[in-house]
Design a protein around this ligand. Structure first.
Ligand code: ATP
Ligand code: MG
Length: 319
């Protein structure tokens, strides 16, 4: 952590969710929200709450949805100096409704909202110049403004001896063009830490099969892979040590959104603060599990004390 804050780049949104299970939004529904959201924002909030030094580059509108986000991030200790407040565009939003099978329907306003309207600025340059770590979310790669900032930031952070983590965070709804695919592969190859979940592992490696994918990624020189396995916990793979698995904490899932981002925020914060892999993985699993017990994408993000209490009080799920 001594080298400077963990910086993330990307969408800052509010989420508004249907209170009923069902399909879509084609009739009047009871909704609840706004909740602060956006994968990079959730990551940043959890990273800061657990005691990591964290900052986000992004943009909000000059409206209450924007203020809700900036106030939450600032309250939780994140550096919000590189969040632009954009006049004339509303803060980005995602309306979400869960289906009975657990899948989700979305109405997004991201690309045409304030969320996509930021770029390289004085404030961003100042922040990146002192960053010690850059965390990239695959979801941000569909925003040209984010890509432009990420491209410059990767170079600067690596140049000053900082590190890079990459959460592929793929959206099945999004098709990536050839340029984005190329950038995706580059980020995988450059990452000091990869944080895939499910099929993202094989996608990142470009080979089928879990074992083969891990072997290929380690052979490519990626030092550390933290694989998120949902209600089965998580595993970390490195070139020179045995794989380490941590069982999930047994919780009742109320809202799965944000688990992966909280996992990542806690894992990166702990590793950068000097934790070994097992301790970081335990906090990360606790952060993900605690977050799914609360409605709202980052409402369950925990402080160090809250996560310690959660770990002490919660049984491990059967492996
Ligand atoms: P997201 O849906 O946010 O993209 P993800 O697919 O990236 O999530 P998950 O594996 O779903 O990541 O969740 C991250 C971590 O959070 C898991 O590795 C696990 O430790 C914890 N977690 C998630 N869901 C549960 C659950 N239902 N019970 C216990 N722990 C969970
Ligand atoms: Mg994910």
């Amino acid at each position: 952590d001594h080298l400077g804050p963990t910086v993330t780049v990307g969408e800052i949104l509010v989420e508004i969710m249907a209170t009923s299970i069902g399909e879509g939004f084609r009739q009047p529904l009871d909704l609840v929200g706004p909740y602060p959201s956006g994968a990079p924002a959730i990551f940043t909030d959890q990273c800061a709450r657990i005691g990591g030094s964290a900052a986000i580059v992004g943009a909000v509108g000059a409206d209450d949805f924007g203020r809700l986000n900036v106030d939450r991030l600032a309250r939780d200790g994140a550096d919000v100096s590189a969040i632009a407040v954009v006049p004339d565009y509303p803060t980005g939003s995602a309306f979400v409704r869960y289906r009975a099978d657990g899948s989700r329907d979305f109405v997004y306003n991201i690309a045409t909202s304030a969320a996509a309207r930021f770029g390289w600025s004085e404030a961003v340059a100042t922040l990146v110049a002192k960053a010690g770590h850059l965390h990239v979310m695959g979801s941000a790669l569909s925003m040209p403004s984010a890509v432009a900032v990420i491209d410059r930031a990767v170079e600067i952070v690596k140049e000053r001896g900082g590190t890079l983590s990459f959460d592929p965070n793929l959206r099945k709804e999004l098709r990536y063009d050839a340029e984005t695919e190329r950038r995706f592969s580059e980020l995988v190859a450059m990452a000091d830490l990869l944080l895939p979940s499910g099929e993202e592992l094989e996608r990142a490696a470009g080979v089928p099969g879990r074992e083969a994918a891990i072997e290929k990624l380690l052979a490519m020189g990626i030092p550390e892979i933290a694989l998120k396995e949902g209600a089965r916990g998580a595993s970390v793979f490195t070139a020179d040590a045995e794989p380490l698995h941590v069982a999930a904490f047994a919780v009742t899932e109320v809202d799965p959104t944000g688990a992966g981002d909280c996992f990542g925020g806690a894992y990166v914060a702990c590793r950068r603060l000097g934790s070994g892999i097992e301790e970081a993985l335990t906090y990360a699993c606790a952060a993900g599990a605690r977050n799914v017990t609360v409605r709202g994408p980052m409402e369950g993000a925990g402080t160090r004390d809250e996560l310690d209490a959660f770990i002490a009080a919660t049984q491990r799920a059967a492996p």
